[in-house]
Every structure is written in structure tokens, then in C-alpha cells.
Design a protein around this ligand. Sequence first.
Ligand SMILES: Cc1cc2nc3c(=O)[nH]c(=O)nc-3n(C[C@H](O)[C@H](O)[C@H](O)COP(=O)(O)O)c2cc1C
Length: 169
Amino acid sequence: MKVLIAYASKTGSTRKAAEELAKYFKRVDLVDLAKEMPDPSKYTAVVVGSPIHAGKILKPVRTFLENNEKVLAENRTGYFICNMMLDQTPMMLKNNFPSSISRTAVAMDSFGGEMKMENAKGFEKFFIKMFTNVMNRKGSNIVEPVIQTDRIKVFAEQMQEALELAEED
Ligand SMILES: Cc1cc2nc3c(=O)[nH]c(=O)nc-3n(C[C@H](O)[C@H](O)[C@H](O)COP(=O)(O)O)c2cc1C
């Protein structure tokens, strides 16, 4: 009964969210897909997480999904994103985790996000600066994104329920 949480992160917030999620499971491997490609068939349940950059999940996450489509479609899975435009979450999930992979998913959601300069490089730095300027503009209705721990808790509970059912099989 082991859970895999496989993620990628550019500026650290998806890593933070994945670490928070990992706290809910007794036996869990937390793997950064930019460093390592784990074998999902070795796990009872698999969670995949990625930030949204320009409407897309990150490349190592896409590669992991493509290489493991069949195993993921037949396993207990959960998919999460970190993003700032929460109203676009359903569309982002649908576009980036197609039903060929996610049809058996027990949890899919956004954990919110963060826009922090630390760890940002090149274009990300530019983007965050631009976003912060817009946010700080008088009368702006754009609010700074935050990681939503309540959503992580609900997601973890959905995964735990699926694990309990697997134990009964
Ligand atoms: C270059 C860049 C592009 C982004 N594009 C989007 C986007 O298209 N939609 C969105 O909702 N959020 C977007 N964001 C916000 C990120 O998804 C959010 O900050 C997320 O928490 C970043 O995760 P990370 O720290 O793990 O990289 C973007 C952020 C950056 C830096």
C-alpha cells in the first residue's frame, strides 16, 4: 500500500503543495519528475502534480503521462495543478489530463498557487514582476494566489478512501 506523488515545479510552490499532500499518507514516495522517472506500476495509488505555465503542465509531467498512459488509466490516480487563475481550473485539468489517462481518477483539483520571486529565473522572473505590478495597481481586482491547504486535505481524503477500498479487495 504505497502512494507515489510525482510532480514538477518551476518556482517551488507545486513542490510545497506535494510535500503538504504527502503528510497525509503513511507510505509515500515523493518524486521530482525533472530529476527521476519512477515506475508507477509499483504503487497502489499515483498522484501527479504540475504547475500551469502558459496554459500547460510542465514537460517532464507530460512525458511521464505519455510514457505511462496505460498504467495510469488502470490505477487509482489523482491529478492536481497549481495555478493562479482558479476560474480556469476545470478547463486546465481537462486539457492537460485527457480522459484517456484520467477516466479512473479519484481526485482532480487545483491547490491554488504562489507567485514568489525566490527560485524564479529568466522569463518566470519577468512574468512574476509583471503580475505583481498589475496586482499592486490601484483598483486591480487580481489577488495574489495562495496554496489552498483545505483543497489539499479534501484531495487527500478522496485518495485515502480509494486506498481503503483497495485494501478491502
Ligand atoms: C511563466 C509563468 C506562466 C504562468 N502561466 C499561468 C497560466 O497560464 N495560468 C495560470 O493560471 N497560472 C499561470 N502561472 C502561475 C503559476 O501556475 C503559479 O504561480 C504556480 O503556483 C507556479 O508553480 P511552481 O512554483 O511550482 O512553478 C504562470 C506562472 C509563471 C511564472
